[in-house]
Design a protein around this ligand. Structure first.
Ligand code: PLP
Length: 360
């Protein structure tokens, strides 16, 4: 096959995830771009130095860029990618963001607002009319959908249209959905970010992030931020994250099917006040009756499900989000976020259902 970058757009996303970003087919070419461990390059070429580029990043970026439909810039972590996108906002510029977002993102916005570097207006992202009204005067409309951990959904197309009417950029954190379930750039967003730590790498062994821009201008600005601020991914992490993306579609299919079956079995359980599931993906939030104490008890009683933060790995994890003091007070004390993995679903249910029965 010729350079997969040329024909990847004609292929379905599941195929793109497998074939893009590989060396051109030639006798004895390696199947994968090797891990390039080098801090510098022989002068006279385009890369020059290890903070400016690395072939292992480029392979990862080619795949994720093709999947999201834009130009991908990889970063050291999801937070590094988010920081770089916030750097696109001018001094004192207004950012609209969901009240319920990943705690790190809210903390970063609040820190920058306290420093006077930007202003932030928090909204209920599921209330499209309110978000549209809040876009007046904004430079950037930032959101996750589904939100972490409330699992609210935002209307990406309607919010993008409203933001653009006011001249604001739109950035979407697509970590929970992945480009296999949702492609924000096709719906009008200008930028996408990922914690590649989660589903993209998928094995709980990598911390990495990425931002994808629909325009060359924004991609160049993000590369500039990465080169100047230095939040670069390690070559091995980029290799591992790309290896994870090769199996994203089968992992996600299995995890989503497991999540849907578990939601069916969880619904109406006596220990639960609520089961939240946006209808796709593999994150489920359950609200345990009685608040923090029984929810902590649940997390302590499972054996297969690991009590741990983070999400999107092959292994199922659960966590009471309010155990973090930075989590929003509007998130119920008893909310436990489930990251459903790819284990056999009856085994998952036996463990989780048993722990729930024991606290009911
Ligand atoms: N965005 C979302 C939705 C997340 O859940 C997280 C981390 O949990 C991040 C961004 C931050 O990513 P990282 O931990 O890779 O910096």
């Amino acid at each position: 096959m010729p350079d997969s970058r040329d024909d990847a757009t004609a292929l379905r996303p599941e195929t793109v995830a497998v074939v893009a970003g590989r060396p051109a087919h030639a006798s004895d070419a390696p199947m994968n771009v090797p891990v390039h461990l080098t801090s510098t390059y022989v002068a006279g070429g385009e890369v020059a130095y290890g903070r400016y580029g690395n072939p292992s990043w480029t392979a990862f970026e080619d795949v994720l860029g093709a999947l999201e439909g834009g130009r991908c810039v990889s970063f050291a972590s999801g937070m590094a990618a988010i920081s770089a996108v916030l750097d696109l906002v001018g001094p004192g510029g207004l950012v609209v963001a969901p009240r319920h977002s990943y705690t790190g993102t809210v903390a970063l916005l609040e820190e920058r607002a306290a420093q006077g570097r930007l202003q932030v207006r928090f909204v209920d992202i599921a209330d499209t009319a309110a978000v549209a009204a809040a876009c007046a005067g904004a430079e950037l409309v930032w959101f996750e959908t589904p939100t972490n951990p409330a699992l609210e959904l935002a209307d990406i197309a309607a919010i993008s249209a409203a933001a653009h009417e006011h001249g604001a950029l739109v950035a979407v954190d697509n970590t929970f959905a992945t480009p296999l379930l949702q492609r924000p750039l096709e719906l009008g967003a200008d930028l996408v970010v990922h914690s590649a730590t989660k589903y993209l790498s998928g094995h709980s062994d990598v911390v990495m992030g990425a931002a994808i821009a629909s325009s060359d201008e924004h991609a160049a600005a993000l590369v500039q931020r990465r080169s100047m601020a230095g939040a670069i991914p390690a070559p091995l992490e980029a290799f591992l994250a790309l290896r994870g993306m090769r199996t994203l579609s089968v992992r996600l299919d299995r995890a989503q099917a497991n999540a849907q079956e578990l939601v069916r079995r969880l619904d109406g359980h006596a220990a639960l006040e609520e089961v939240r599931y946006p209808g796709f993906g593999a994150i489920v939030s359950i609200v345990v009756r009685g608040g923090a104490a029984p929810a902590d008890e649940l997390a302590a009683r499972t054996r297969l499900w690991v009590h741990a933060t983070s999400l999107g790995g092959v292994e199922s994890t659960l966590e009471r989000r309010r155990r973090w003091p930075a989590e929003q007070p509007t998130i119920p004390e008893g909310l436990v976020r489930l990251s459903v993995g790819i284990e056999q679903v009856d085994d998952l249910w036996h463990d989780l259902g048993g722990a729930l029965d024991s606290i009911a």
